[in-house]
Structure formats: C-alpha cells, structure tokens
Write a protein that binds this ligand. Sequence first.
Ligand code: SAH
Length: 360
Amino acid sequence: MNALKQEIAATIAHEGPMTLEHYMGLCLGHPRYGYYMTRDPFGQAGDFVTAPEISQMFGELLGVWISEAWRIAGAPSPARLIELGPGRGTLMSDVLRVARISPAFLNAVDVHLVETSPTLRAVQQRTLADAGKPASWNADVTDTPPGPAFILANEFFDALPVRHYVKTIPGWRERLVGLDPSGELAFGLSEAVETSLKVQAREGSIIEVSAIAQRIMGEIAARLVREGGALLLVDYGYTETSLGDSLQAVARHAYVDPLAEPGEADLTAHVDFAALARAARGAGAKVMGPVTQAHFLLQLGIERRAQSLMKRATEEQGRDIVDAFERLTGTQDPRRHMGELFKVMAVTHPDMPDMPGFIE
Ligand code: SAH
C-alpha cells in the first residue's frame, strides 16, 4: 500500500467513507503525495501528452485568438493574461512569443499562472525564464488581481474533482470511497438518498456532477461580466449533459484502476460543456461554442501556419509538423486524433461580438 493509500484508508477507518470528489482532490492535490504535486507527468516519457506539447502551432493560434479578443474588447490597459493549470508552461511560452507581433497587447498585460503544484511552478518558471515578460503565480483564479482578464485553460477543467450519483430503487445515492472487509479501498454508496436530483433513469445509471468546475466557471464568468475580458477553454468532453461515468485513471499512457494507486495515476473526468455553459450564462456572460478542436484550429488557419513552418523545416521536422497537424485536427482515431473529442468554448463579456474559430 502506498503512503497516500494508507493515509486515505486511515481517514476512512476513522471518519467513514469519503465522496469521490474528496478522494479525487486528495489523489491530485494532496500537498505531499498528490499526483500533480510531485511530478511532471507530461510528454512521451510521462503519463500523457497535451496539445501544447505536441506542437507550437497550438499555443500560437490560441495566442492569436486571445490577443485579438483583447483588441476587440477595446484594448484595455492594464489587463491580465491568465492561464489556468499551465503544466510545463509551454502554452504560455508560445502565446508570449506570438504576441510579439502585437506589442500593444504585450505591454498592456501582466502574466498570471494559476497553479497549485510547486513542482510544476518550478518547471513553468524555467520555461518562461526567457519569455521577456515577468510572470506571477497564484493558487486560485480568485487570487489574481482585478481588471479585464484574458484567460486560457487547456486541459484544466478535466482535472477538477467530480461527484457520482448512482440510481437505486429508492433514488439517487452518492458514490463513496470506503474500505472492503480486507481493508482495501472500494466503491460503495451513501445511505442517504440525494433528493435534489430529479432525473429519471434506469437502476444502475450514473450521473457525474462537476460541482467544483461549475463553481469556478461561475466565478470567472461573473468577473468577466463585471470587469471585461474572455476565457478560452479547451478540453475533452461532451457537448450535452448525459448519463454515465467518465472517470478515468491513466498512468504511463495506459488506463488503470482509479483506486489501485492513489496519487500515482492521473485522475480525470470528461468536461460537461453544457453544464459549464449554463454556469457561465447564469452569471450573465456570453458563451461561444463549444466547437470541435478541429473546427477551431482550422478556422484560425492552422493549415497556413503548418505550411509556413514547413518552408523552413528539415525533412524530419517536416514529418513532425504533418504528424502534429494530424494529431491536433484529425478525427478518425479518437485515441490518437484530438480533433473531435476535444472541444473549444469561449466565455466573454456579453458585448463581445462572435469571434473567429466559432463561426459556423
Ligand atoms: N495546460 C497544461 C497542463 C494540463 S494538466 C497542458 O496543456 O499541458 C492540469 C494542470 O492543472 C496542471 O498544471 C495541474 O497542476 C493544474 N491543476 C490541477 N488542479 C488544479 C487546481 N485546482 N488549481 C490550479 N491548478 C490545478
């Protein structure tokens, strides 16, 4: 049993079963043993590869979009350029490089990285050391200074803990993590029935609720309505709220049992874009999309960008560019191609006109 599992088992023995939300929060964010707190999980040698790590084209196009959003919002100065969950800092580094073609934007913004992990903060610091723009770090988006905000979030919302409810004959019961007779972690159900859930479904159905993600989205949307700005969010997930459980644990590019080695595997859930859009609209913000990542990147001109990079590329680099283009925009093989599974959604001040990437 690893140290985090021992700690969780002791807590359950003492206080009773914990919610999946609590369990997931510990696995990812436990100060000593949490998955993101202790390692850099990205890349071929790590557990998974994200779009900014596949190609600079991804960050460059997001950078073009966010600086354009700033210009259309009236070029406010000062403004904040914020990234949620920046991983290795690669996306922000590509954004800041491409933003040099828009010096007024670069001069107006100060850079904030919202990151809980000290390990990843150190990696981000190294990546951004030569970016030509100082950055500061915050643990929570609500800690960033006020003012118009231009916010990027790639694969951030999928890392936020979810709750599960399972339909039983008397009603919906919350899925809990408890102990089996041998003292191993095991899923079980709450005694109490959740009376606020009115959804009709067959026995055994599961509802996944992203309460933390919805709360964060509501806070961001309220800020954008109050102070202006835009959030661009990219993640894998579904467009319509639906029944089912999308919790997954990944270690070394393979699926593993989410209870087997807490803190050693990445735990994520698909993003419920419809629920996030409702939370944003509920706060008075405008929502664009979600559209597929393929739609968004193609509309922003990833093909032209790939062609221009090809002109200066060696044969090997050329193959990498073609491969990256296919992985980012392809739709045939969901295990390799991100074009369809990943969606892009923007949340903005209500006065923002429709932006490139989201035109039908
Ligand atoms: N955007 C990066 C990394 C995605 S992984 C990329 O695309 O490569 C998720 C990131 O969110 C990690 O940096 C992780 O440490 C951070 N993170 C997870 N939960 C967080 C939370 N509650 N608050 C702030 N950052 C969080």
